[in-house]
Ligand binder design. Structure first.
Ligand code: ATP
Ligand code: MG
Length: 438
């Protein structure tokens, strides 16, 4: 990146210092990365060969798979090698909003390929020193190349924001789907919950706990299959995950009598009306968080299965089991789940479904999945699911996509000025630079 023009927003010496540090880090990382990348690439090749052997593919089929794999690797390498910056992408549309920024559909100017670009405002991410650490963790996931996790290609930053370039999933997210529909059928629920079981298990196998499984983080690809959104980036920063946030608030707040007295239809309407706002707030929603996550006693990967139980309830009933007017009320209900987790008689669901929800949402010691994912897969609710091929088979709800940049499955978001340089910071100092952990 050429350094031209004045640097009005920082003194020269500071600016130079920053560049020197960055060069040092980049150089140090360069060689270790080079070796690691080579090894990882070989590992992926080995994995592919092993998988093809296991599947017993014919030579011709193997050849096709190898060539597709090589093409993907080349694309990946090219993206990694090139020093991308904001100027290499054209922003087409805002497609999502989160607590710390937004997600846009962008097009790479030279290739015409479309991607989703997540923009995170640094100023909003309070504990900035955590970012590098989280990024490093997620890098492992990038390399893992899981079918169940949104693929991340590249990241860069400037003075204001952090930019993540990832694959664009045109199917939208589960929150938007649930807001459009009153409820899902048991068959549809079986499909989405089964796929999410495999997705969660795949990250558990890599040694990660998601901790923030919720409908807004379940994305749908062009065929309607589930992928977990790029994760771990902000979870630790949200107040909803911290117990302190709920302390001393309990008594000063009025109880949500209005909510409790609503019938399930009104509850669903109220929930859906307020839902998007909840997704944007920096507080986040405690609706999907397992009770043990709030407690000081610690938690393990089983907390992700609790969240899945909450989502399953929401799919079938129309709103999640602990929803209330305020996060504090919701928190109280989650902690008091033994009394508050009930099923409205006016929304009938099968015993199989109810049983599974109660097996997901219970003390972690007794929770389904404690002895492994097989326990979940063999649950009666999943009878008939083809676990091996579910991702290759038609999805429960198919997605209609007219072009590579079709955004009809997303809500409308007003244009924002997140990308516009402010008066104070303009010029080369604002140009994208490498994120040191890369
Ligand atoms: P987090 O959920 O980790 O706190 P966040 O809410 O700020 O972060 P995301 O959930 O990643 O951000 O994204 C917000 C919304 O943007 C999603 O709910 C989804 O609608 C949309 N979105 C995110 N990533 C993609 C993608 N790769 N393709 C299409 N849409 C996406
Ligand atoms: Mg989100």
């Amino acid at each position: 990146m050429a350094m031209t023009g004045p640097t009005p927003c920082s003194s020269m010496s500071n600016h130079t210092k920053e560049r020197v540090t960055m060069t040092k880090v980049t150089l140090e990382n360069f060689y270790s990365n080079l070796i690691a990348q080579h090894e990882e690439r070989e590992m992926r090749q080995k994995k592919l060969e092993q998988m093809m052997e296991e599947e017993g593919l014919k030579d011709e089929e193997k050849r096709i798979r190898r060539s597709a794999h090589a093409q993907k690797e080349t694309e990946f390498l090219r993206l990694k090698r090139t020093r991308l910056g904001l100027e290499d992408f054209e922003s087409l549309k805002v497609i999502g909003r989160g607590a710390f920024g937004e997600v846009r559909l962008v097009q790479k100017k030279d290739t015409g390929h479309v991607y989703a670009m997540k923009i995170l405002r640094k100023a909003d991410m309070l504990e900035k020193e955590q970012v590098g650490h989280i990024r490093a963790e997620r890098d492992i996931l990038v390399e893992a190349d899981s079918l169940w996790v949104v693929k991340m290609f590249y990241s860069f930053q400037d003075k204001l924001n952090l930019y993540l370039i990832m694959e664009f999933l045109p199917g939208g997210d589960m929150m938007t789907l649930l807001m459009k529909k009153d409820t899902l059928t048991e068959e549809e629920t079986q499909f989405y919950i089964a796929e999410t079981v495999l997705a969660i298990d795949s990250i558990h196998q890599l040694g990660f706990i998601h901790r923030d499984i919720k409908p807004d983080n379940l994305l749908l690809d062009s065929k309607g299959h589930v992928k977990l959104s790029d994760f771990g980036l902000c979870t630790g920063l949200k107040k909803a995950h911290r117990t302190e946030f709920y302390r001393n608030l309990n008594h000063s707040l009025p109880s949500d009598f209005t909510f409790q007295n609503m019938n399930s239809k009104r509850k669903a309407e109220t929930w859906k009306r307020n839902r998007r706002q909840l997704a944007f707030s920096t507080v986040g929603t405690p609706d999907y968080i397992a009770p043990e996550v709030f407690m000081q006693t610690g938690y393990n990967k089983l907390c992700d299965w609790w969240s899945l139980g909450v989502i399953m309830y929401e799919m079938l009933i129309g709103y999640p089991p602990f929803c209330s007017e305020t996060p504090q009320e919701t928190y109280k209900k989650v902690m008091n789940w033994k009394e508050t987790l009930t099923f409205p008689p006016e929304v009938p669901i099968s015993d199989k479904a109810k049983d599974l929800i109660l097996r997901f949402c219970c003390e972690w010691e007794h929770r389904i999945g404690a002895s492994g994912v097989e326990e979940i897969k063999s649950n009666l609710f999943f009878e008939g699911v083809d676990w091996e091929h579910i991702r290759e088979r038609p999805a429960a709800i198919s997605i209609e996509i007219k072009s590579i940049d079709d955004t009809s499955n997303f809500d409308e978001f007003p244009e924002s000025d997140i990308l516009k340089p402010t008066g104070k910071c303009f010029g080369s100092a604002c140009k994208p630079s490498f994120f040191p952990v890369e």
